[in-house]
Ligand binder design. Structure first.
Ligand SMILES: *Cc1c(COP(=O)(O)O)cnc(C)c1O
Length: 220
């Protein structure tokens, strides 16, 4: 399952597979690592820190869950990419902590695309507002690299609905790229697609697929 999935995502579609290892045992994570997997995603900071200690140092860790400002300082020294930046305040905190250790942090802005209240993220107006603020004072965000957008589609069997939401995110990405990042090569990521909807995501231009249960089986 793993190798086929990895090949489909990485060879056929040139996207990155992120193995979402939340709640999984380190032995299972290590076994994917031994099969060549290097990108892993976690949604809780404490769990991420614990696993990082126990696992090989060359893993690229992705923070994919809602992030509280007071936890930012624990992950900035090593995190590869923060997918879930959903407010200007959080962005400012990341900048502040990154500046302290003089490291540039790559982030994605999380966009609300589902019609569920429970999923975090910015709407289009909030996104534009945030980017206007950032571009107007670029020198104050010298330790942040905005690399793209992240989103989660509605959890539903209705594939048309999922496809519409994902294509909406792709269109928004293209608009934002043209408007705010026309010359920034690093603004190139669309993180969308999970176990249940990754095929639709690949067809809708996703560049990062976050898969948990399909790889690891059910969560504990
Ligand atoms: C848990 C989680 C995933 C993976 O979900 P699966 O359905 O297990 O593939 C992806 N993205 C986020 C943000 C998650 O919290």
């Amino acid at each position: 399952m793993f190798l086929e999935l990895k090949q489909e995502i990485e060879q056929q579609y040139n996207a990155t597979l992120i193995a979402v290892s939340k709640t999984q045992l380190t032995e299972k994570i290590k076994s994917l690592y031994d099969n060549g997997q290097r990108h892993f995603g976690e949604n809780k900071v404490q769990e991420l820190l614990d696993k990082k200690e126990q696992l090989p140092k060359d893993i690229y860790w992705h923070a994919i869950g809602h992030l509280q400002s007071n936890k930012v300082k624990y992950i900035v020294p090593f995190i590869h990419l923060i997918h879930s930046v959903d407010s200007f305040n959080l962005l400012k905190t990341i900048e502040k902590e990154a500046e302290k250790i003089n490291r540039k942090i790559s982030i994605l802005l999380q966009i609300h695309i589902a019609d569920e209240d429970t999923k975090f993220g910015l709407n289009k107006n909030e996104l534009i507002d945030l980017l206007e603020h950032v571009t107007a004072q670029k020198e104050h965000f010298a330790h942040i690299e905005i690399c793209g957008l992240m989103g989660m589609a509605t959890f539903t069997d209705d594939e048309n609905k999922i496809e519409q939401e994902m294509q909406g995110l792709q269109n928004l990405f293209l608009f934002i790229k043209n408007t705010y990042f026309p010359f920034e090569e690093n603004f190139k990521e669309i993180s969308m697609g999970m176990s249940s909807d990754y095929k639709i995501a690949l067809k809708s231009g996703s560049s990062m697929i976050r898969i948990g249960s399909l790889l690891f089986g059910n969560r504990y």
